[in-house]
Write a protein that binds this ligand. Sequence first.
Ligand code: MN
Length: 316
Amino acid sequence: FPLYTFHPQRTFITTYLLLFKTVIMKLKRIEAIFTPPASHMVGDGFKVHQFIPSVKGLDMKRMDPFLMLDYNAKQHVEASSKPKGVGVHPHRGFETVTLAYKGRIAHHDSAGNAGVIGEGDVQWMTAASGVLHKEYYEEEWARKGGDFQMVQLWVNLPRKYKEERPRYQALASNDFERVYLSGNNSYIEIIAGEYAGKKGKAMTFSPIHLMNARLTQGDKAEFSFPKDYTTFLLVIEGNIYINESVDVKADHLLLFAYEGETFSITASKNSVVLIVSGEPLKESIAAYGPFVMNTQKELVQAFEDFNKGKYGILND
Ligand code: MN
């Protein structure tokens, strides 16, 4: 029989797939990979590398709708009878999303919410019209000490939701929707948005995809997000290759350009990767410390309301 038979049909399909991959679903271009900047203390408990907005190339405008990303890289915390952390402080106009990878964080706010963010859990706090809160190591955990690792991401609120009542979503790691990769232990843990048709539990005010890829060595996961979304990832643990070619080490942040839709992550060690993608709000930003509004006038008002005690009462 002939060594090669010309199949018009197969050629058509191959051509179509090639077109689909290269034109319709183009690979995202990598804009930059960032090493963690020098750390600073938040309160006496959180030793954070602030990627957003401190690092050049990761300012609030470029990272819209993400305002801030503090990363407490894995750190050993000595046993202590007095839990460390950060005392009562306000927030207004956005959401704080706290992801605990190691250790346990206790939380109290002036809206009457309190809870513990355990390993793998996520707390999604909508400060909106204004809230006071405090964040500390959970007491029992602090008495034993151990490894501590967390991320806090600030997500901006669209103008029309900045005066909503504060709200709190405690998202337990067991409740996350998981998409297992075929025939192994690797999975995508969806916190918000969607992956492979499954949806995360977190309610958001603008389109946001937030997920952890928990991959065993050698496994590969594919992702696709709109090209005009702000998309980045942070390697929490391990070591990965993007599109089987670009090496990204633990504690590094990779930012995609606004070009293309797809990328793959291959784990060259057992890895945990935080993947973030959100539609930019494209609204003006007036930010100072814990307040993020649209105009300078609203920012002044936010301070005045805080000084007048309008965000409620919370004791130290
Ligand atoms: Mn806070």
